[in-house]
Design a binder for this molecule. Structure first.
Ligand code: GLU
Length: 489
């Protein structure tokens, strides 16, 4: 193992976002590419907004994508995630070291005072920032605040002016003015709970992170964090910030604007293949030098190159994701696709088909699917005891005299179909067409309508073979009944 150590550090303030999944993926790929370690850490110090249900959603989503982590509390099975709330006392201890070395101080400002400051700044059209008023409190003020029973927060000194700079693994040289960081920052709230920017640094040091790969919305946080690393006398890890994901109108992908479309579990429910999500997300802003488009997670691990990740905003394109998904639905083994299709096939149970029959059914419809949930409708006619034929099809397709002839002839030979051989079944239908001088729609549509209630669908030979003799006969007879009733009216 190399010393490369990276992490995904989601805050469970929301469900697993596609952008977080992509960040997790890039970290995972980077770790595996360099023989390193991938770590999962829940940044759950925002007590009001963190929810256990979000935690469970995030963990389940990452596991579904097979982005499993290499370290964590041992719970006798796959590792649990690290959770920051379990280290609260430790962060406070480290913050006290900063007070001792003069880079942090107690701040006694109340919520009301801070809100007032914000309003004044707004009225004066100034950017909101803390005015560092508690940096140099007089003894008298301090005593007064303590007498009032105010419980202090701990703030970190952000010295100004200065430039914070680093070489970013994706964006190149970055320089941020410390005057743009919002003034001295709270690192431990008056409740004793560390804030994100502080806990993240303490943990990244404790966990010996070598690289921090996270979305570019954290660039200003990185500048703040670099100052904390300095104050703690340590060298920061390498940073790399991939561009965020946008929609086609160049709006940041967000739960507020895009709802469930940003939620990984939504794609699982719709029947997306995790392989497709991983393959697509890997390529949203990275393309392998090898020029490969379709690759597994394992192959991605061998090719991943952070320096080839694009700096430009990436567009999340569902059409392209669908293209990957169709590919994997066609390409994964039939047994896997059939297993994964089960939740979408409630009618299979009790239908009389065997598992082997079902695999054949899945095989004949899967080429036409974009998501696996579409299999419910695509296969419904196989399982339903009777086919519903719409009035429109009765009036247009079955009302034709030639349709009755086709159906009659097919019914006559229905005991002779080689049901184990779809191509053989199709050949017999084509023979009937030749005899009657019919082809295309005139020949196939009445049979398709009779067997499935639709004029389009899987290969006709496969439909006949998979339905089997009893169903084929019963459906042809029922449809002939409609033909006759139409023609006598
Ligand atoms: N907890 C942060 C978030 O969910 C990630 C921070 C990081 O990767 O440093 O955005």
């Amino acid at each position: 193992m190399s010393n490369v150590r990276v992490r995904i550090a989601p805050s469970p303030t929301g469900t697993l976002h596609v952008g977080t999944a992509r960040t997790a993926l890039y970290n995972y790929l980077y770790a595996k590419r360099h023989g390193g370690t991938f770590i999962m850490r829940l940044e759950d110090t925002d007590e009001e907004r963190s929810k256990e249900e979000h935690t469970q959603d995030i963990l389940a989503g990452l596991k579904w994508l097979e982005l499993t982590w290499d370290e964590g509390p041992d719970i006798g099975g796959p590792y649990a995630p690290y959770r920051q709330m379990e280290k609260i006392d430790h962060y406070e201890k480290v913050a006290n070291q900063l007070i001792t070395n003069g880079t942090a101080y107690f701040c006694y400002c109340t919520q009301d005072e801070l809100a007032r400051l914000k309003e004044e700044q707004k009225a004066a059209s100034k950017a909101a920032r803390y005015d560092n008023r508690c940096r140099h409190l007089s003894e008298a003020k301090l005593t007064q605040f303590e007498k009032e029973g105010r419980i202090p927060a701990i703030r970190f000194r952000v010295d100004e002016p200065r430039i914070v700079s680093w070489h970013d693994g994706i964006k190149g040289e970055i320089e941020i003015s410390s005057s743009d960081l919002g003034g001295d920052m709270v690192i431990v709230k008056s409740t004793g709970v560390a804030t994100y920017n502080f806990a993240v640094v303490v943990d990244d040091i404790d966990m010996k992170m070598t690289h921090v790969i996270r979305g570019e919305d954290h660039i200003h946080n990185t500048a703040k964090q670099i100052l904390i690393y300095e104050a703690l006398g340590t060298t920061p890890p390498e940073f790399a910030h991939p561009a965020l994901l946008f929609d086609e109108q160049r709006r940041k992908l967000s739960k507020r604007l895009h709802g469930e479309a940003v939620h990984i579990d939504n794609y699982r429910k719709l029947g997306y293949m995790p392989e497709a999500i991983v393959n697509y997300l890997a390529q949203v802003s990275w393309s392998p030098a090898e020029g490969k488009e379709i690759f597994s997670l394992e192959e991605g691990c061998k090719m991943f190159d952070l320096s080839r990740v694009s700096k430009s905003p990436a567009v999340f394109d569902v059409q392209r994701l669908n293209w990957f998904n169709s590919h994997y639905i066609r390409d994964l083994s039939l047994a896997i696709i059939t297993d994964r299709a089960m939740p979408y096939l409630p009618l299979f149970e009790g239908s009389g088909y065997t598992r082997a029959d079902l695999e054949k059914i899945v095989s004949c419809v899967r080429d036409g699917l974009t998501t696996l949930s579409e299999i419910t409708e695509a296969t419904r006619f196989f399982f339903e005891p009777k086919v519903e034929i719409s009035d429109e099809l009765k009036d247009t397709v079955l009302a034709k005299e030639q349709s009755a002839k086709v159906l009659k002839q097919v019914l006559d030979i229905s005991s002779n179909f080689p049901y184990a051989d779809p191509a053989g079944c199709k050949a017999l239908v084509d023979n009937i067409g030749k005899e009657l001088g019919l082809k295309g729609k005139d020949l196939y549509w009445p049979i398709r309508t009779a067997l499935s209630g639709k004029v389009q669908g899987p290969d006709l030979g496969s439909m006949i073979a998979n339905l089997g003799e009893a169903r084929v006969k019963a459906r042809l007879e029922a449809a002939l009944g409609f033909c006759q009733s139409k023609q006598t009216v």
